[in-house]
Structures are given as C-alpha cells and as structure tokens.
Design a protein around this ligand. Structure first.
Ligand code: KIV
Length: 263
C-alpha cells in the first residue's frame, strides 16, 4: 500500500524522521521504493541533473508529466510528490491545469515554490482537491530574482517574513512545508510552530524529514551544494548509498549542524 499524507503526519506525530529523495525515471524510482524511502519527489531539479541546464527554468509541464509517469511505473509504496514547474503559478487557471495534469499522472501532492503572494493560489488548489507542499526559503525558480543560490532569511526581517508566510500557507491549506537553505535556527522555529510535516534541505536536523537530490547522494554531481552529502563513499553500491541516507536521516545524524546547515 502506498504511503500517503497520513503516513507523513503519523511520522511527525511519532517523531520518526521522513525520508525523501528525488527520482526522475522508473529504474531509480524502483530502487528508492524498494529501499523504504518514504517520499519520492519528481523535482524540477531534473532540468539540472537530467537535462544539464544551469537552472530549473527550462523545465515544462510536459517534461514533468513525462518523468512523473516513469516514476509512477517504477513504484508501489512511496508517496509521490511532483513540482509545479516555472510559471505554472502565473495565474490560478494555469496552476489548476498544470497541478491537475500532475495529479492525473499519479502525483499525490504538488510542490509549489511559494512566497507571501501564493496564499490564494494554494487555497484554490487545495479546495480543488490538490494537496500542496509549500516550498519556502531558497526557491530555485526565483534564482535570478534572488541573485544566485543563496541562503535566505538571514536578516531578522526576512526571517520574520518567512515565518509569517509559513503560517499563512498552512492556514491556506498547505499540508506540508519544504524549507530550503535557511538558517538552522529559523528552520527549527518554523518546524516547531507547524502542525503539518516540514521537510528540510539545508535547513535543520529538527525538521520532520529531510530531502536530497538523488544525484548528490550517489556522487554524480560535479559541484554538489554544501548542504548535501555523498553517501556513495563508503557504501559500495547504489542501494547501499540510499540505505545509508535513510539510516542517517532516521537517526538524525544527517544533516549535521554547522556542516550541512547554515547559521
Ligand atoms: O526540484 C527539486 O528537486 C527540489 C528539491 C531540491 C527540494 O525542489
């Protein structure tokens, strides 16, 4: 039986960290599914790690559906989350069309890169039956507005704004939050305040779960981000690397404060 949002809520409630990795094809998805990874994210990071672009901006809804369908075919058990691609949020009808296409292809939750302007859009998706994970902090689709892949929310005002956005998005119906590249202290505060599961990447060991890009975990990324870890080293096999990631997350030995997190 597949994991669902109820599985993630139960994990949060019981203090059992949620494991999440990206996959973009049936073969790797099958490996993660049979390695007891709780959630597979079909991320628009595929633009960088599969298509070879410098950003996620070239990824279209057609690309997302193609890769998601392959992941669906390779899995039976993991919960499946998929990204709304760049400009999928340009207006509510477009967001409903594109998120609807992802749900029809087999996603159980749609991840939307959010800021304070997204509460109405999230409310409309949720009221139409589309579960939403609100991605906050470093939102890669905004890389050019942010001036690079930089840690977010470091100033007091920016941290307060992010906390308010997290509260507003949860109130609008987001059933999961994902925090990327923010200070450990801020990520910890947001996680403690949230009633919904909070998944971190470059965030805090106290988040309810951790996500990484699979290619970073298996040592395929030439210049991996500081918050990731190559679990292939010392594991000897792809399955060993995925198991080492899951074990490190579940024992909260990954991420390590100050090594994979930010002040
Ligand atoms: O697209 C992606 O893979 C993501 C993760 C880095 C969280 O958004």
């Amino acid at each position: 039986m597949r994991n669902t949002i109820r599985t993630l809520e139960k994990h949060k409630h019981e203090g059992r960290p949620i494991t999440c990795l990206t996959a973009y094809d049936a073969g790797f998805a099958r490996l993660l599914d049979s390695s007891d990874i709780d959630v597979i994210l079909v991320g628009d990071s595929l633009g960088m790690v599969i298509q070879g672009h410098d950003t996620t901006l070239p990824v279209t809804i057609e690309h997302m559906v193609y890769h998601l369908e392959a992941v669906v075919r390779g899995t039976e058990r993991a919960m499946l989350m998929a990204d709304l691609p760049f400009l999928g949020d340009r207006d509510i009808p477009t967001a409903l069309d594109q998120a609807g296409a992802l749900m029809r292809a087999g996603a159980q939750m749609v991840k939307v890169e959010c800021n304070g302007e997204h509460t109405e859009l999230v409310r409309r998706l949720v009221t139409s039956g589309i579960p939403v994970c609100a991605h906050l902090g470093l939102t890669p689709q905004a890389v050019h507005r942010l001036g690079g892949y930089r840690v977010q929310g470091r100033e007091v005002s920016a941290a307060e704004r992010l906390q308010a956005e997290a509260r507003a998005l949860e109130a609008a119906g987001a059933q999961c939050l994902l925090l990327e590249s923010i200070s450990e202290a801020l990520a910890t505060r947001v996680t403690r305040a949230a009633q919904v599961p909070v998944i971190g990447i470059g965030a805090s060991p106290e988040c309810d779960g951790q996500v990484l890009v699979l290619q970073d975990v298996i040592g395929l990324t030439p210049r991996p981000p500081r918050f990731s870890r190559d679990f292939m080293t010392g594991s000897g096999s792809l399955r060993g690397a995925v198991a080492a990631f899951a074990e490190a997350v579940r024992t909260r030995s990954f991420p390590e404060s100050g090594v994979h997190t930010f002040t």
